[in-house]
Design a protein around this ligand. Structure first.
Ligand SMILES: [Fe+2]
Ligand SMILES: [Fe+2]
Length: 458
């Protein structure tokens, strides 16, 4: 389509059309190049319409000429009266076009009104220069066309020194769960293969000491009580393993009490309930029976077997409802909800609970948080599922060798004055834990058990 056709089609002046075309070309250089490749005739070949144009923007100026008297860049600059101290030539494009012209050159000799000699030369070619100059304003601070981003010119700033961190009313507490203490016993040698992970338990004790905890919650299933159930197949290797589990359980609780000085709560879990259930089913006469010298606990009960009173360890009875609180907001329970899949138990509990919960039982490390809205305020409900301290490679009865279990502990700092808290899970990752900028390496404490009870094949 020629400029004349476009002019007729849109009813616009040629100059407006060409000016608009130039502006489009400037604003869409990539599309223009693509179009140009598609149709090389857009700019080359056909000669553009003659004329002189001066298109001046805020910071840019484009001058353009096809004119018989403008043959070079200097001619156009002079014609448009461009001050080169103000404008700087960014780019120049000069092209030549040839176009046939109408002319007639007669060299004729007349005699008596008749041509007797000579010739008539018709037609010719005229050469045009197309000169295109793009200029940019020389000023150092060109007018902003769009809003500009300036570096901050900062005033003098004053920072108040932070308030002193106040920890006077902060209690530091540690939770661990599900060590499932118990054994398989080699029927020939009597060697005891533990379900619990002594290296992970050692990390619990090390970190409890390093963190200076004031309170420890042992969140249930501390002992597995493998023999105290009829629900599962009793392997011969379980025979006679409850006694060493009780001894080692006592040993570890005593270590915690003596090394940390912390208050310790031991929760009844579903495995501890096995003792009660077994007695009710098979020895109802022995259920709740106490010895004459200790009427506080039944003779066959976890607190009595582990000697909790002597250790100064509190027994949190009544699974699954037995609970203990830290401040007004954090509730500890063993837990009785299990959902398949990572994070799903914590999510399910968070959806149902109106208070922050710390539970074990699932043998996974999970967290979920929900915001509970009241009329004019809100509060966070957090659910922390604490991982286990039993072995996670298939030793625990009923487990496969590739369970989705994790070993972890949880440290909670609770401000009793403001009822705010933070919870830091610490992964017990194959005998190594990283916490508070330190690396802890767990140790197997079996030698200490051998010294304490040398008759058992630990
Ligand atoms: Fe458990
Ligand atoms: Fe459990």
């Amino acid at each position: 389509m020629s400029w004349t056709e476009v002019e007729e089609e849109f009813g616009l002046s040629r100059e407006s059309l060409r000016s608009a075309a130039r502006r489009w070309k400037k604003a869409h250089p990539e599309e223009y190049q693509a179009l140009k490749q598609q149709n090389t005739r857009l700019d080359d070949g056909e000669m553009p319409e003659p004329g002189i144009f001066d298109d001046q923007g805020e910071n840019e100026r484009v001058v353009y000429a096809i004119h018989p008297q403008i043959k070079a860049e200097e001619d156009l600059i002079a014609y448009c009266n461009i001050d080169l101290t103000v404008w700087y030539i960014h780019s120049t494009d000069v092209r030549s076009y040839q176009t046939p012209i109408k002319r007639e050159l007669k060299r004729l000799l007349y005699q008596d009104g008749r041509i007797v000699a000579g010739n008539i030369d018709k037609g010719g070619v005229y050469q045009f220069q197309q000169i295109y100059i793009r200029l940019v304003l020389r000023r150092r601070d060109p007018e902003p066309v769009h809003p500009i981003l300036r570096p901050i010119e900062a005033p003098e700033l004053i920072f108040r020194s932070p308030e002193r961190v106040c920890g006077d009313n902060v209690v530091r507490q540690l939770t661990f769960a599900d060590s499932q203490m118990g054994f398989r016993k080699n029927l020939i040698t009597g060697a005891l293969e533990p379900f619990h992970d002594r290296v992970a338990l050692d990390l619990v004790a090390q970190i409890a000491v390093a963190a200076g905890v004031e309170r420890i919650d042992v969140l249930g299933d501390f002992l597995d009580f493998t023999q105290a159930t009829r629900k599962f197949m009793q392997e011969p290797a379980f025979y006679g393993t409850t006694q060493p589990a009780v001894l080692e359980g006592h040993w570890f609780l005593r270590r915690l009490r003596e090394q940390t000085g912390a208050a310790v709560n031991l929760f009844e879990g579903n495995h501890c309930v096995r003792v009660k259930t077994f007695l009710m089913e098979l020895m109802p006469w022995a259920y709740g029976l106490t010895s004459a010298d200790d009427v506080d606990w039944p003779a066959l009960s976890v607190p009595r077997l582990l000697g909790l009173d002597g250790l100064g360890v509190a027994w949190i009875d009544g699974y699954p409802n037995g609970e203990s609180w830290l401040g007004k907001r954090v509730c500890f329970r063993h837990g009785n909800v299990v959902r398949k899949g990572s994070g799903r138990t914590a999510a399910a509990l968070a959806d149902e609970s109106d208070v922050t919960l710390v539970v074990g039982h699932v043998h996974r490390d999970e967290e979920a948080t929900r915001t509970v809205w009241l009329r004019d305020r809100y509060r966070y409900v957090k659910v922390r599922v604490v991982g286990c301290t039993c072995r996670v490679t298939g030793e625990v009865p009923g487990a496969t060798d590739r369970e989705n279990w994790q070993q972890s502990l949880l440290i909670t700092d609770y401000d009793l004055e403001r009822d705010r808290f933070s919870m830091q899970p610490v992964m017990l990752d194959q005998g190594i834990a990283v916490w508070d900028g330190k690396v802890f390496e767990g140790q197997d404490y079996v030698e200490e058990l051998r010294e304490a009870w040398p008759r058992w094949n630990w």
